[in-house]
Design a protein around this ligand. Sequence first.
Ligand SMILES: [Zn+2]
Length: 467
Amino acid sequence: MPIVKKIKRIIVRVLARLPFSHQIYLLKRHGIKFFVYRGIVRRHERYSLERMNAYQKAKLSKLIRHVYEKVPYYRGEFQKRNLTVNDIQDAEDLAKLPMIDKNFVKDHIELFKADDFKRYHPVEQHTSGSTGRPFKFYVDNNIISFVDALGWRRFNWAGYYYNDPFVIVRQPIGYRSRAVETQKRYFYDPLTKMLEINTHLLNDDHGLSKAFDIIEQHDVSVLITYPSYMFYLSDFARRNNIKMSFKSVISGAEKLYPQHREVMKEVFQANVYDFFGMEERLFYAAQCPKGNMHAFFDSGILEIIKDGRPCRPQEVGEFVVTGLHNYSMPLMRYATGDYGCFLDKQCACGSRMPLIKVVGGGNKDLIVTRSGMRGISPSHAFLENESEKIKAFQIYQDNIDEVVLKIVKGIAYTQDDTVSLEEKYRDLLNNEARVKVVFVDKIEREASGKYRFVLSKVYKDKFKNLA
Ligand SMILES: [Zn+2]
């Protein structure tokens, strides 16, 4: 080993013993601005409604001036609609601008880049291209630190603080998975006390049992993972009577179904905290210590839209977001394909940040039938003793007249279960489509590592040109 590397390793080992080694890591990654942002966003949590509105208004007016002067797409739209910067002062005025979505931006990427693009030190980003074509976009260098500061809000709300040792089980998007890269079973970072499990271990019982051994050895207190991986772990633990408790379990990136949450809660004896985020870094929401999902007003403006109009509280519509911070490539009124509603109540945690409920992602949870779309959740398929019967499950559709239930069978699965599942789903679909159970060895994940409970090619094709 070269001497420089050796010295570096020794320094890291010494630093890792300090009670603030995670802060050292954050300082190295972001510089001092991270801690400045963290202080700012913490104060936001206590803002009154008036202050939140004033904050959004100020950020929006600055952004509007910028897009009007510097961003070709918006310059054109303002002209076309005879608008001036003064016409858009608050969230309600945003309705004067058109909605856009990922496909539209993909096709017009140059129009969304600001004239003074370089000034913001933009960083190129990619999202998982669910349509096959990866989506490339840019975020200001500063945003990355700001968003990480927001990210710590959700971690703190979930009971995870700097220097808590944690295990992460997921295929990171936008981050390197060092365990996967090095083909090792796990990777341990002493500075952040992060244990990263190679997700390839979760493919069979032998690997899962190894994963539990590794977690045990590292004495971690927080588990961070995707719901699907979380479910594999908790299901295995339950089947094998493994007792493992965490201070908290943090979920994200996929929809967390209530049934899964219950299993995890029981097996890991911890509360499960969910969050809503976007790779485009436009808008975030997370569950507070009281378990309610708050919209992060300081990330972006959330509109919930149905048939082109804003929804009333409790009424479900599509999330349309306007990021308030990105200047190199601003995206306004960006339809995310996720669905949910505002809740008309106040949270006991003390924060006045708006409460929302996420009910599902656009092309993740909808099945198309001849009479329209149906939101479907795998919870409908749950059988008694479900974890004994079904190891993995996916609702798949590539034909409008047929829905396929892909199942990886468990030991207790019987022919009666097939009959009962087919019946349940035919009912749910109003007898408009045939329902077929197909047994498979495994459910394929998407290229990003995401696992989809509902995958409808029909939906995707039908709504390809949403804009
Ligand atoms: Zn709350």
